[in-house]
Ligand binder design. Structure first.
Ligand code: PHE
Length: 451
C-alpha cells in the first residue's frame, strides 16, 4: 500500500490532477488494482490530508449468456439473413425453421424491421445485398468496454435480455471488514456542562495571571491533606465517616523530615504566635493515605515547595479538580465533587485583596452580587464563606469558602513571616447547576475519568 501511495503521489506530481484512477499505471505500465488504490487514496486523504479525491460512479454493463452467444456468432436477425440464399428464390418459412429452430421467430421479425428481408409470395428473400450486424457489433463493444455511448441501445439490448448493468458484484472480490480499524471520529457530542464551566473558569484564571497546580494525584497522605494545614488529628473531618481512607497501600512514609518535625511541634506546643493544640501528635495518623478531601492538600504541598526556593517571588496558583468526601449522596451532596482552588502569595496582602479578587473573578462570570460571612477553618484566620444572590432561586447560595492562611501553617514551611497567603475553595458544581438550571447535583455528576 505504501508503494501505491507513492505511485499516486508521483503520478499527481507529474500530471497535476488525475481524471480517472484507471489512468494510473504501475512501473510495468499495467493498470493497478482499483480496490487497493481506493485504500491508498483514503489513507492519503483522511490520515495524511495530502490529497483530495472524489469517487466516480461508474456503470458497468455485462452481457448475458445469450448476449455473449450473439457477440460470438451473430444476432438472430443476421442468422436469418445468412440462412436465406441470395436471389429471387428465397426460402420458405418452414425450411428456415428447420435450419434455425427457435432463433427464427425473433430473428425474422427483427430482420423485417431492419428491412434486410422481404416476402416473395410465401418465400422469404433478401432485400439487400449485404448487412451490418449492428447488434453483434454493439454487444462486442459492451463486452470489451462495459459501456455504450448510446443509452437507447443499452436499454433496447437490456429489454432483449442481452445485457444488464448488474452482476459484476457477484464475481467481485470484496475487501474484508477490518474490525480493528479506528473509523472516522464522530462529529457529534459536546463537552459536559461541568467541563464547559471548568474551561470558562480556567480561562478567567489564566487571564488574571494564574498558574495551574498539578492535581493529577487523587491519593494524598493525611499529612498534606490535614496536618500541614494545622488541622488537629482528632478533628471530626479526619474520621472515616467523613474521609475515604485507603486500605492498600494504607500509608505513605515519604515526608520532608525537618518540616514534619516543625508541624509536629506546632500542633503539640505551638509556636509562631500560636499556642498549638496541646495534644500528642502521632506520625501514624499523618501517614494514612486517603482520597484527598480538598485540593487545599495540593496548595499546602505547593506552598511548601515555594518556601524551599532561594528567592521568594509572588505567586498565583489555581486548580480545578475532583475531591472526595464520605458523604451520604442526596440531591445536593455527592461523595465526589470538583473544587476550584486558588492561592495568592505575596507580601502585604490583606483580606481586602481577597474580597477584591472574588469580586473581579465572579464579575468576569457575570455574577455581581456577593456577600461574605465570617467562618472558621483550622488553617485560615480570618475565614469567610462566600455567598451569591441567585435570581432564579430568589435566595443567597453559598458558593465557596476562603481565608488567609495562618502563620502557624505557613511559617513551619519556611515562608518569610511577612508573606501573606490568601486562598479559597469554590465548588464547580454550584455555578454549573445555577447556570444550567439543574436542581439535582446527581445530574451534573461526572461520567468520564478523562475529565
Ligand atoms: N479547603 C476548603 C474547603 O474544602 C476551602 C478553602 C481553601 C478555604 C482555602 C480556605 C482556604 O472547603
Amino acid at each position: 500500500t505504501e508503494e501505491l501511495q507513492t505511485l499516486v503521489l508521483t503520478t499527481l506530481d507529474a500530471k497535476g490532477t488525475i481524471g480517472n484512477t484507471k489512468e494510473i499505471k504501475d512501473s510495468d505500465n499495467n493498470e493497478v488494482d482499483q480496490l487497493a488504490l481506493l485504500g491508498a487514496l483514503k489513507s492519503l486523504s483522511l490520515d495524511k490530508e495530502m490529497i483530495r479525491y472524489e469517487t466516480i460512479d461508474d456503470e458497468i454493463w455485462v452481457l448475458t449468456d445469450e448476449g455473449n452467444e450473439i457477440a460470438d456468432k451473430g444476432s438472430h436477425e443476421a442468422k436469418v439473413f445468412e440462412a436465406i440464399p441470395a436471389g429471387k428464390e428465397g426460402i420458405t418459412i418452414s425450411e428456415l425453421q428447420k435450419l434455425l429452430g427457435d432463433v427464427t421467430k425473433i430473428g425474422q421479425g427483427q430482420a423485417f424491421k431492419n428491412k434486410w428481408i422481404t416476402k416473395n409470395g410465401n418465400n422469404l428473400i433478401r432485400a439487400v445485398d449485404s448487412i451490418e450486424d449492428q447488434t453483434r457489433f454493439d454487444l462486442k463493444t459492451i463486452r470489451s468496454t462495459g459501456k455504450h455511448s448510446n443509452p437507447k441501445v443499452l436499454s433496447e439490448l437490456k429489454k432483449r435480455k442481452l445485457c444488464d448493468k448488474h452482476g459484476e458484484w457477484k464475481q467481485a472480490n470484496f475487501k474484508k471488514y477490518n474490525f480493528d480499524a479506528l473509523g472516522i471520529p464522530p462529529s457529534g457530542g459536546h463537552l459536559h456542562p461541568l467541563m464547559k464551566v471548568r474551561e470558562e473558569l480556567r480561562q478567567i484564571f489564566f487571564e488574571m495571571g494564574f498558574e495551574e497546580m498539578p492535581t493529577n494525584k487523587f491519593v494524598e497522605s493525611s499529612f498534606w491533606n490535614f496536618d500541614a494545614l494545622f488541622q488537629p488529628q482528632q478533628h471530626p473531618a479526619r474520621d472515616a465517616h467523613d474521609t475515604f481512607f485507603l486500605k492498600d497501600p494504607a500509608i505513605s512514609t515519604q515526608f520532608p523530615t525537618e518540616y514534619l518535625e516543625r508541624v509536629k511541634e506546632v500542633h503539640t506546643n505551638g509556636g509562631y504566635g500560636s499556642i498549638g493544640y496541646g495534644y500528642n501528635w502521632k506520625i501514624e495518623e499523618a501517614q494514612k493515605l486517603l482520597l484527598r478531601t480538598h485540593t487545599t492538600a495540593v496548595s499546602s504541598f505547593m506552598l511548601y515547595n515555594l518556601a524551599q526556593k532561594k528567592e521568594f517571588k509572588p505567586v498565583k496558583y489555581f486548580s480545578i479538580d475532583r475531591v472526595f468526601r464520605n458523604e451520604t449522596v442526596d440531591a445536593t451532596h455527592l461523595a465526589e465533587f470538583n473544587q476550584v482552588e486558588g492561592v495568592i502569595a505575596d507580601k502585604g496582602l490583606t483580606l481586602g485583596d481577597l474580597i477584591g479578587f472574588m469580586e473581579t473573578f465572579f464579575g468576569k462570570m457575570g455574577v455581581t452580587n456577593l456577600r461574605f460571612k465570617p467562618a472558621y477553618n483550622p488553617y485560615t484566620e480570618p475565614s469567610m464563606e462566600i455567598f451569591s444572590y441567585h435570581q432564579g432561586l430568589g435566595k443567597w447560595v453559598e458558593i465557596g469558602n476562603s481565608g488567609m492562611f495562618r502563620p502557624e501553617m505557613l511559617e513551619p514551611m519556611g515562608l518569610d513571616p511577612e508573606i501573606r497567603v490568601i486562598a479559597w475553595g469554590l465548588s464547580l458544581e454550584r455555578p454549573t447547576m445555577i447556570k444550567y438550571g439543574i436542581d439535582n447535583i446527581r445530574e451534573v455528576k461526572m461520567i468520564s475519568d478523562s475529565c
